[in-house]
Design a protein around this ligand. Structure first.
Ligand code: SF4
Length: 146
């Protein structure tokens, strides 16, 4: 399995914020620190704010801060909400019609579904706060690092 690029941006953002949970950070500074274009980080901030994992304060003195929900969030739960639980293979079309002639009673589809569930369950053993202990996060050249 592979996570998509947007999920990776969201995870990097959450890990960075979780390494400085008491600090309000600017989206532009975050983008520079994790070397991701500003518009992508901005989209991730918006989505994670909608999901209730970040507190976003608008205005010149505003910024972004992870909240208790974000700190305790399991990585698997996050990926479920960002990527959904669709089939790993192209079993159906976007509108739900059968896309494969083998779909009736396909055991491979069942096996892939169970493997996907196991993937998410394993990742749920890792709350964001535990993913944020990497030394690399502490040494990022971050302008507002305390
Ligand atoms: S063979 Fe099974 S798992 Fe593969 S696309 Fe067809 S229905 Fe899906």
């Amino acid at each position: 399995m592979r996570i998509n690029a947007f999920s990776d941006v969201c995870l990097r953002l959450l890990m960075l914020l979780a390494s400085r949970p008491d600090t309000l950070l600017k989206t532009r500074d975050i983008a520079e620190a994790i070397d991701i274009p500003y518009n992508q980080v901005s989209k991730a901030v918006h989505r994670l704010g909608q999901l209730g994992h970040l507190d976003v304060k608008r205005g010149r003195t505003g910024g972004v801060q992870i909240n208790p929900s974000g700190l305790s969030l399991g990585a698997g739960t996050l990926l479920r909400s960002l990527e959904g639980q669709g089939d790993l293979a192209e079993c159906t079309t976007a509108d739900g019609a059968d896309a494969c002639p083998l779909i009736a009673g396909c055991r491979l589809r069942t096996a892939l579904g169970r493997a996907q569930e196991a993937f998410y369950q394993e990742l749920d053993r890792w709350p964001i706060r535990d993913l944020a202990t990497s030394p690399a996060l502490r040494t990022l050249p971050f302008p507002t690092f305390p």
